[in-house]
Design a protein around this ligand. Structure first.
Ligand code: NCD
Ligand code: ZN
Ligand code: ZN
Length: 428
């Protein structure tokens, strides 16, 4: 399908909004300008909407194979499209784990059959993510592994991490780390702080994350690899990454919308929709994450979309699984609470959700440009609506943001020139 998007507002390099038409042919953007003429192009009236490159989320749990009761590649990518995402990277904590060429190939097959946006599959660092045996990273890379991670658990052995990093460096691949030192978890379900004390619960201290990051940046320096920190959550972690960058170490980091928006003081009670890993930390930690993003220590935003069933999330704070969904609420939440309040600019927010993750991993996505992929989303910055999990396309309804009033809803998403999400009323 060839499209002519009419009168969308594009964010220019210096952050202004300019009204443009965008012409799409053969999955590519072929022209951006005003008053463009089409020849049989289908028109899409985008008056009043901002056009952004499709969002890129490098931390998503699609749960398939093995966790289809929580999410599938089909439902997770529909949820992504509705949230404005056109490229997502799928975490490997599935059953089976993509730790062999066979399991990865079968995952790729399923993606090509059922995904409605681009899915980049991570492969695991260690066999079954247990941490004992290093996978055959070169073969996995040859078969389409986007990068390597054991997300869901930390790699406990420094030697294992070092071997993985050296191997990854040799094949120009990235190591992506869930940073958690098992001997410092203490059975915690929440952060070791005011909430854990008030409710007499075991807490996960900040050092549980920061000691792994400290270890890993030194290993990454020695191995000469690109090392990426998942869901950074503490002020100590931000400091370690900042110092490592200053020392010239090739480290990048991501932060989630929930760690930017919430802290332990916002947990209303023993509600497992506020339970995720890493946990919501202190308000000083939250402030350090915002500052880290603003000064470039933290490179981009990733949702860590982690769907679980309502039954699983009803097991109480201590027993319920860690994780919350994020794809359908990320942009509206961040736009409303940071851009509308003047803390981030619209351009900063869009960059942290598009070009910044792409640059960190050398991906050719995340820009709206002539000759580039026709991956974009049209966003209504004015209509205000309440977050209603019942309306999510994701199977997961586990969000702490139910009832939050937001603006900035993606109204239509195009992936490779196809309309993959549309609230309707704009096609002619
Ligand atoms: N973040 C979470 O709380 N949960 C993730 C695992 C992870 O990202 O570590 C999950 O798979 O449910
Ligand atoms: Zn993780
Ligand atoms: Zn995760």
């Amino acid at each position: 399908m060839n499209w002519l998007i009419r009168n969308a507002r594009i964010v220019t390099k210096n952050g202004d909004l300019e009204t443009v038409d965008v012409k799409v042919e053969d999955k590519k953007i072929i022209e951006i300008g005003s008053g463009l003429k089409g020849k049989g192009h289908k028109e899409f009236q985008a008056e009043g909407s901002v056009i952004s490159p499709g969002f890129v989320d490098l931390h998503v749990h699609l749960r398939e194979p093995g966790g289809e009761h929580k999410e599938t590649i089909e439902t997770g990518t529909k949820s992504a499209a509705k949230g404005g995402f056109t490229t997502i990277a799928a975490m490997p904590n599935t059953r089976p784990v993509p730790d062999s060429v066979e399991t990865l190939q079968s995952l790729n097959q399923k993606i090509s059959e059922t995904a409605s946006v681009r899915v980049l599959p991570y492969a695991a660092i260690t066999e079954r993510q247990i941490g004992d045996t290093l996978n055959d990273l070169p073969s996995l890379k040859e078969n389409g592994a986007f990068a390597f991670t054991d997300d869901g658990v930390g790699v406990q052995s420094a030697d294992m991490m070092y071997q993985a990093m050296k191997t990854a460096a040799g094949i120009n691949a990235s190591i992506v780390a869930h940073c958690e030192e098992n001997t410092l978890i203490y059975g915690g379900a929440v952060h070791d702080g005011t909430f854990s004390k008030e409710h007499n619960l075991p807490g996960i201290p900040s050092i549980c994350e920061a000691v792994h990051i400290s270890r890993d940046v030194l290993l990454a320096e020695a191995a000469g690899v690109h090392y990426h920190v998942c869901h950074i959550s503490t002020k100590e972690s931000v400091r370690v990454v900042r110092d490592a960058k200053k020392a010239g170490i090739n480290v990048t980091a991501e932060v989630t919308p929930h760690h930017l928006l919430l802290c332990e003081d916002d947990i209303p009670g023993l509600d497992p929709n506020f339970k995720m890993n890493p946990p919501l930390r202190s308000k000083e930690d939250r402030q350090a994450l915002i500052e880290g993003l603003l000064d470039g220590t933290i490179d981009f935003i990733a949702t860590d979309h982690a769907p679980h069933t309502e039954a699983e999330k009803s097991e109480g704070m201590q027993l319920a699984p860690f994780g919350i969904v994020g794809l359908e609420t990320a942009f509206p939440l961040l736009y409303t609470n940071f851009v509308e309040k003047g803390i981030f600019t619209l351009k900063q927010l869009i960059d942290w959700m598009t070009i910044k993750p792409s640059e960190a991993f050398n991906l050719p996505f995340g820009l709206l440009e002539v000759g580039g992929e026709a991956d974009f989303t049209l966003i209504d910055l004015h209509e205000q609506r309440e977050i209603d999990p019942a309306g999510f396309l994701s199977k997961g309804k586990n969000t702490p943001f139910k009832g939050w009033e937001c603006k900035g809803w993606p109204k239509a998403t195009f992936y490779q020139g196809s309309l993959v999400w549309n609230e309707g009323g704009n096609e002619q």
